[in-house]
Design a protein. Structure first.
Length: 655
């Protein structure tokens, strides 16, 4: 799973594998411009062993935090019962030894794992206890151990469970009860789960997604006369909404739900429309207000087994399979209609598609084929089309066994099971490196006191070496807009350099880099700083004197002892406004105004004389245009020395 919490895929895989229809696919199909060759600037890294050679594993799943910390879970037969095991791996480290989660002799089934962006993790499964399957969860505890926390009532059998976790470690769960109920639970850290009934009306499918801030969205099918309608409810640890009807068409099959960090939720599902057949639907919403559902699949080609992903900007992707043997994907941009579906595969009987997306917009679709094989199509950030990754799995693949996740940079991490003998196997994990290096500018800060200053940065890649990196910049005068990107350092060997700028400008620095796998990263963040507008630039009223001082910015100061004297700078474009002053014993006070509004007053007094002292006046939060006035408000005879004004406007553009 990716770092965005979403519903379980173990149900989809098991149903797809036991289906009766044959479904055909082809990795090389180019349809509607979707596939445009292979992902050349990316590569598979060496396989890693998430588990030792043991019994043949099944139901492997994976989840990855933003920083790349990965957790894999799977199920394997001990000779007496089915065990649930978990292993983890930090970036740059090795997989830990598997940890056995279920301690009883009852079978564990349908394991799954969910990770919050900050790395909080929960493993879930259903445990056979007294002839009933009880939902259990487990979170990391002290000294490498894991908790064991029963969630569902012991006297009811749980099915179709879906579990998520937030950044605080609170677990949210929902499941169908053998008593014909839909139940949900909230499990705080180190506290019993609070279990409620959501519906008494024979739920048929369950999907759940959780935001990092701790809001769970539950979507399910509920009997309504002869049909099954689609319902939704949201809750937090302190509040919940009433049930909301999303679709009154006849729900058939599973539901998939995904959510981004701002709480925008997407759902995909299948409905039966009388004699017209089965259609894949897609919708999205915020809070408990859902958009009108859209029909994504084609009339006359029964479609089902869908999966949905959503990124931080609310771009959506839904993949599904059809009875005619296709694997299709449809996408939607915010404020736009769904793009007509295009074909990913039309040979080799594809099934069990899984869509994952991260906040930045990287996306991947994984699916199985009858060969058996495991296929992956990826869409790195900035690409318009999914492209097939190189071949992944040999014929030793255990087809009930796979999972995919994306880290915060866009690297895909795959887990799957293979046979190593007639009754032996192991769990493998593999990284598809499709993210370029991250270049992070660490210096300077938002304001500097000179036109010549040091720029520092770091260059890191999680899975490959660094081939090259450059440092570039854009700049804007205090009263103008940003110009084009300019080169600062080309083919840098070091991670620092001295930059020489001009007075009264904002400079925003950005790094470009390529790793040894050929991946470039063009999504590195800008870091901006402002050089001061010199004290000579503003117009003056009252009595001011021009003073020279080696310790001052550009060697000059504007000095006055007269109350009411002003400096005025017009046509300013500013997001963060500051003063550069000299301070000293007995110095006076100034007030700063923007478009006639007083922003505050500041004393320039200090125990000893200090040059080039910064005063943050106002952070407006976005760029404002207007006039800045600095006015002396101390009594006559009090010294005031102004060295410059910081007019910073980079944040709005550069984020």
């Amino acid at each position: 799973m990716n770092a965005i919490s979403r519903t379980s895929f173990s149900r989809r895989v098991s149903r797809a594998i036991t289906g009766t229809a044959a479904f055909a696919v082809a990795a090389s199909t180019i349809a509607g411009g979707l596939l445009a060759g292979t992902a050349e600037a990316a590569q598979w890294k060496t396989s890693e062993y998430a588990g030792p050679v043991s019994a043949i594993p099944s139901s492997a799943r994976i989840a990855v935090a933003d920083n790349g910390h990965a957790f894999a879970v799977w199920r394997e037969y001990s000779g007496i019962y089915y065990t649930i095991q978990v292993a983890q791996r930090a970036v740059g480290g090795s997989w830990s030894a598997p940890y056995l989660l279920n301690s009883s002799n009852g079978d564990g089934v349908t394991p799954d794992v969910a990770v919050a962006p900050n790395g909080k993790v929960v493993v879930s499964w259903r445990q056979l206890v007294d002839a009933k399957y009880q939902l259990q969860i487990s979170r990391p505890a002290l000294y490498g151990t894991w908790t064991l926390e029963p969630v569902s009532p012991a006297n009811e059998s749980a099915s179709d469970a879906s579990v998520g976790i937030d950044n605080a470690g609170v677990v949210y769960a929902a499941w169908r009860s053998g008593a014909g109920l839909l139940r949900k639970a909230t499990a705080p850290v180190e506290a019993p789960a609070d279990v409620d009934i959501v519906s008494f009306n024979d739920p048929e499918a369950v999907g759940l997604a959780v935001t990092p801030a701790g809001r769970a969205t539950l979507v399910w099918g509920e009997a309504s006369g002869e049909l099954t309608k689609l319902q939704s409810r949201q809750w937090t640890t302190t509040a919940e909404t009433a049930n909301q009807t999303i679709d009154t068409d006849d729900l058939t099959g599973d539901i998939d739900v995904a959510v981004n960090r701002s709480g925008l939720t997407a759902a995909s599902y299948t409905v039966k429309n009388g004699d017209q057949g089965y259609f894949v639907m897609g919708t999205w919403g915020y809070g408990n207000q859902w958009d009108n559902p859209s029909t994504l699949s084609w009339n006359g080609d029964d479609s089902f087994d869908s999966s949905v992903g959503i990124d931080g900007k609310a771009n959506l992707a839904v993949a599904w399979r059809t009875t005619s043997g296709k694997l299709l994907v449809a996408t939607r941009k915010p404020g736009s209609d769904w793009v007509d579906p295009v074909t990913l595969e039309n040979e080799h009987s594809p099934y069990a598609p899984e869509v994952v997306m991260n906040e930045h917009g990287d996306a991947a679709v994984m699916y199985l084929t009858e060969q058996p094989s495991l296929e992956l199509a990826v869409r790195p950030l900035g690409n318009l089309a999914f492209v097939p990754a190189p071949g992944l799995i040999s014929t030793s693949l255990v087809t009930s066994n796979r999972g995919v996740a994306l880290d915060g940079q866009g690297n895909a991490i795959v887990v799957h099971g293979v046979k190593t003998g007639d009754a032996a196997g192991r769990v493998l994990a593999k990284v598809y490196d499709m993210a370029g290096p991250v270049v992070t500018v660490t210096k300077p800060g938002k304001r500097v006191n000179a036109t010549r200053f040091k720029v520092s940065w770091t260059v890191k890649d999680r899975f490959s070496g660094i081939d090259w990196h450059d440092m570039n910049y854009i700049s804007a005068p205090f009263n103008g807009s940003f110009g084009p990107l300019q080169e600062f350092v080309d083919g840098a060997q070091e991670t620092y350099a001295t930059f020489t700028g001009a007075p009264g400008r904002t400079y925003c620095f950005i790094g470009k880099s390529m790793d040894t796998a050929g991946n470039q990263n063009n999504d590195n963040p800008y870091r901006c700083t402002a050089t001061p507008v010199d004290d000579r630039k503003p117009t003056r009223t009252g009595t001011w004197s021009k003073q020279k001082a080696k310790s001052a910015y550009l060697g000059t100061l504007m000095t006055t002892t007269r109350k009411g004297a002003t400096l005025k700078l017009t046509n300013v474009r500013v997001e963060q406004l500051g003063l550069l002053v000299a301070k000293g014993p007995g110095y006076g006070r100034v007030a700063v105004f923007f478009n006639g509004t007083k922003l505050g007053a500041w004393s320039l007094g200090a125990a000893k004389v200090q040059a080039r002292q910064q005063i943050l006046v106002k952070d407006f939060g976005s760029v404002k245009t207007g006039t800045v006035v600095v006015k002396v408000i101390s009594q006559n005879g009090k010294t005031v020395k102004i060295d410059g004004l910081h007019i910073f406007q980079g944040v709005q553009l550069a984020m």
